[in-house]
Design a protein around this ligand. Structure first.
Ligand code: NAP
Length: 285
């Protein structure tokens, strides 16, 4: 059902919302028998967890099954931003390409550069592993150390300030929470290395979009690759007009296999909870 349609009210005991559907106090009130919200996404910032817990409603998500697809798409954005792929496509499509030129569309060489991960959970780590294959050196900032990841990739854990200052490519992989909202704003953008590339396949709320557009306009950043936005499906007009952007319509997990697996995990949670068993992937215990 489209996100604009109201959430059904009534006797339902379980619902499987998409991430574009807000489930909060009003929805819980109109679903008095509800026992489970089986969110069909790994992120669950579309569900009011406090309201759910107050009503003893279980909330589940779909972790792991979308990690590879989302990490791959993150790399599509990194490569497109670093190598100015869209500008190249535009040149061809406009019929204005006049032939090979030694200084045409020069981009950022990734080999031996620093890939910074803000958040090194499932997707952040998968992006880091791919980075090693591209010859990048990996740094990450996260709440807890990831020793296995460090052993596997040579990644180094640093403070946020150092991550901003040192990263040639900074990729965001933390969930949208009250602590992470607006984390990338004018102050943090100013700390980023001139010419660095910012990638966001996590959630739009992490970035102050007007500040990002201003940093791109000033030429401080080399590029921004975004899959997610603060007010989807609306894109901030200044971002739409800003140079050196690669803007995708929230398709991080959009492969046939992954979408099938996400639906299967959501339905397995419904079956388990309605059969009186523990949920497979609860977001809180
Ligand atoms: P995850 O495994 O839970 O990883 C999240 C990481 O963020 C964890 O390492 C966590 O640290 C860290 N973190 C949480 N709050 C933090 C904070 N305040 N400061 C620093 N680090 C913090 O989740 P995931 O599976 O990788 O997914 C990450 C996000 O990607 C999801 O929340 C979702 O919003 C987004 N996503 C987007 C798409 C898309 O279509 N574009 C697809 C899938 C997922 P600890 O390990 O220390 O707890």
């Amino acid at each position: 059902m489209p996100a604009a349609d109201p959430t059904p009210a009534g006797v339902w005991v379980a619902i499987v919302p998409l991430l574009s559907r807000w489930i909060g106090g009003t929805e819980f009130k109109q679903l008095p028998n509800l026992r489970l919200v089986a969110n069909c996404a790994v992120g669950y910032n579309n569900v009011d967890l406090v309201a759910a817990q107050l009503r003893d409603v279980v909330v589940t998500n779909t972790p792991d099954v979308l990690t590879a697809a989302t990490a791959d798409l993150t790399w599509a954005l990194i490569l497109a931003g670093a190598r100015r792929v869209l500008e190249g496509v535009d040149l061809i499509r406009a019929g204005t390409w006049t032939g090979w030129h030694p200084t045409q569309l020069l981009g950022l060489e990734l080999h031996d550069r620093i890939l910074g991960l803000l958040g090194a959970g499932r997707i952040g780590q998968a992006v880091g592993r791919r980075g090693v294959a591209f010859g990048m050196r990996v740094r990450y900032a996260s709440r807890s150390p990831k020793q296995e990841f460090e052993r596997e990739t040579g990644a180094e854990r640093v403070e946020l300030g150092a991550l901003l200052k040192e990263s040639d490519v900074l990729s965001l992989h933390v969930p949208a929470t009250p602590e992470t909202r607006g984390l990338i704003g004018s102050e943090t953008l100013a700390q980023m290395k001139p010419g660095a590339i910012l990638i966001n396949t996590a959630r739009g709320d992490l970035i102050r979009e007007e500040a990002l557009a201003a940093a791109l306009d000033r030429g401080h950043l080399g590029a921004a690759g975004l899959d997610v936005y603060a007010d989807e499906p609306r894109i901030h007009p200044r971002l739409l007009a800003a140079p050196r952007t690669v803007l995708l319509p929230h398709i991080g997990s959009a492969t046939v296999d992954t979408r099938r697996r996400m639906a299967a995990v959501a339905l397995a949670n419904v079956r388990a909870v309605l059969a009186g068993q523990p949920p497979l992937t609860p977001v809180y215990r």
